[in-house]
Write a protein that binds this ligand. Structure first.
Ligand SMILES: [Zn+2]
Length: 490
């Protein structure tokens, strides 16, 4: 386990809501027998009561709470609902909304239910259970289909927290003034009732034990920090709305950064993290057993878990079975051995030394990059096109269209995503545009060396400059299709 500091532990204990502590469970919104107190818009037969559950399975419809508790008008509250979803199903719980006879609720927020729904049309179905739809998206499924789980929504003034089975996954604080979006639901904190969604006839979801605890209207937030709205904030919010995987796939618990701090930062910024451990010769983890310990420390956390292979030796140090237990694996070409047998790390000037013939160096580098893309079991190529300091000023000349195309073709042929790296601001827009045209996917990655994770600013600017869409962005492969499973050890 990653140690939790005394202060964090105390803070997390103080913030456990009353419902989770088992006191005053709240008032029932559903009597377990009928839909008394509930009112549906179109397609009311999409909802039925069965064995103490509300079952949603039918054409798109919304079931609104219209009963006596608080006259169905809630500002601050704790809502606790048990939910079960059939495979491939999708649904949502709305709050701060109001009854509409037709269409989807235009007011309020939606908390998403989707463990395995594959999306429809341009929507890739990436916003998984617990997402505060379009504001704080959870891209990693945390619960399984066909198993009951609890969704817990806590609203205090301008703060929304969502817990999935007691794990805090969303901690959204609305800016002052709120950012008004052309979105549905509108996503401005106010007051209103709850609604359940029947998404489509193939999406079967059931709800039971719906309990609400109204909280005083003048209740304060648990924080005094309101987010600062700048261009990056707006861009990230827009990307969350548009369905981009807003994920920093290349973060490290380095420089004293704890898992707790990283998750808090992720929730604050609305950027999900892929937390990577470095494995290889000269790195802390060199065995499968070491990797298993790291995996155990990350189990159930609202973050992706990644393996960064180091040097070229990592491929032999870890079994394919162990690598495949990570959500994805990646490596870079920053450590290699040249044709005279000299092993160098390209970011360390003393190891690189002079480069008398930069053209020859590029040919060697290209050969090593292609070797990695063609033979190593990676899902992402990180720190792409990195050049040592002594020749970095010549980047645009040395990365000729022919050299770029060879890297791009190999990435495409091997289904390896290219990282848009925040630390080195790589690769260049010319490379990204060329790779997009070839159908290569991209991941966003910071590669932090200290606790400061930033806000993937370079990726955000490249999304705009290169016209990237949600379809262009990497999402970890399902079980059985990861690179470590596709590529057998040779
Ligand atoms: Zn790294």
């Amino acid at each position: 386990m990653v140690p939790i500091s005394r202060r964090n532990l105390l803070a997390s204990l103080l913030f456990v809501p009353a419902v989770l502590r088992g006191e005053n469970e709240g008032e029932k919104l559903f009597n377990g027998r009928s839909l008394d107190g509930w009112k549906a818009g179109d397609h009311r037969h999409s909802f039925r009561v069965e064995d103490g559950k509300i079952v949603a399975a039918g054409p798109r419809s919304y079931l609104y709470y219209a009963g006596r508790v608080q006259d169905a008008s809630f500002k601050n509250f704790e809502l606790k609902v048990e939910v079960i979803a059939r495979p491939g199903a999708r649904s949502a719980i709305y709050f701060h909304t109001h009854f509409q006879p037709h269409g989807a609720p235009a007011k309020g927020f939606a908390v998403e239910i989707n463990n395995t729904h594959g999306g429809e049309g341009d929507d890739r179905g990436l916003r998984k259970t617990g997402s505060l739809y379009g504001f704080r998206n959870i891209y990693r499924p945390l619960v399984k289909d066909d198993a009951w789980f609890q969704l817990h929504i806590l609203v205090r003034a301008k703060q929304v927290q969502v817990r999935v089975n007691d794990t805090l996954v969303v901690d959204y604080v609305e800016p002052d003034p709120p950012v008004h979006l052309d979105a549905s639901p509108a996503g401005v904190l106010d007051r209103g009732t709850f609604a359940l969604e029947s998404h489509d006839p193939h999406s079967q979801v059931a709800f039971r034990n719906l309990l609400v605890k109204p909280l005083p209207d003048d209740l304060a937030m648990a924080t005094d920090e309101r987010p600062v709205v700048d261009d990056v904030y707006r861009d990230l919010l827009r990307m969350n709305q548009q369905g981009f995987p807003v994920v920093d796939y290349h973060t490290h618990l380095k420089g004293g950064l704890t898992l707790e701090q990283a998750l808090a930062s992720s929730r604050r910024l609305g950027i999900m993290y892929g937390i990577a451990v470095n494995g290889g010769v000269g790195f802390p983890i060199t065995t499968d057993a070491g990797m298993e310990d790291f995996l155990a420390s990350m189990r159930g956390q609202p973050a992706f878990v990644a393996l960064q292979g180091e040097g070229r030796e990592w491929v032999k140090l870890f079994s394919r079975e162990t690598i495949a237990k990570f959500d994805y694996a990646f490596t870079d070409a920053m450590t290699f051995t040249d044709d005279r047998g000299k092993r160098m790390r390209l970011w360390i000037p003393e190891e690189v030394g002079e480069i008398p013939d930069s053209e020859q160096f590029m040919e060697t580098l290209l050969d090593r990059i292609l070797g990695i893309l063609n033979h190593e079991p990676i899902d992402i190529h990180a720190n792409p096109t990195f050049l040592p300091d002594v020749i970095a000023h010549d980047y645009d000349r040395l990365w000729t269209p022919e050299r770029m195309q060879k890297v791009i073709d190999a990435a495409k042929a091997n289904d390896v995503a290219i990282e848009i790296n925040n630390r080195y601001r790589l690769p260049s827009p010319a490379f990204i545009k060329r790779a997009k045209a070839a159908g290569v996917k991209f991941s966003f990655g910071t590669n932090n060396g200290d606790p400061n994770l930033g806000r993937i600013e370079y990726a955000v600017s490249m999304v705009k400059e290169c016209g990237l869409t949600p379809q262009d962005i990497f999402i970890p492969k399902p079980e059985g299709e990861k690179a470590a499973q596709r590529r057998k050890a040779t």
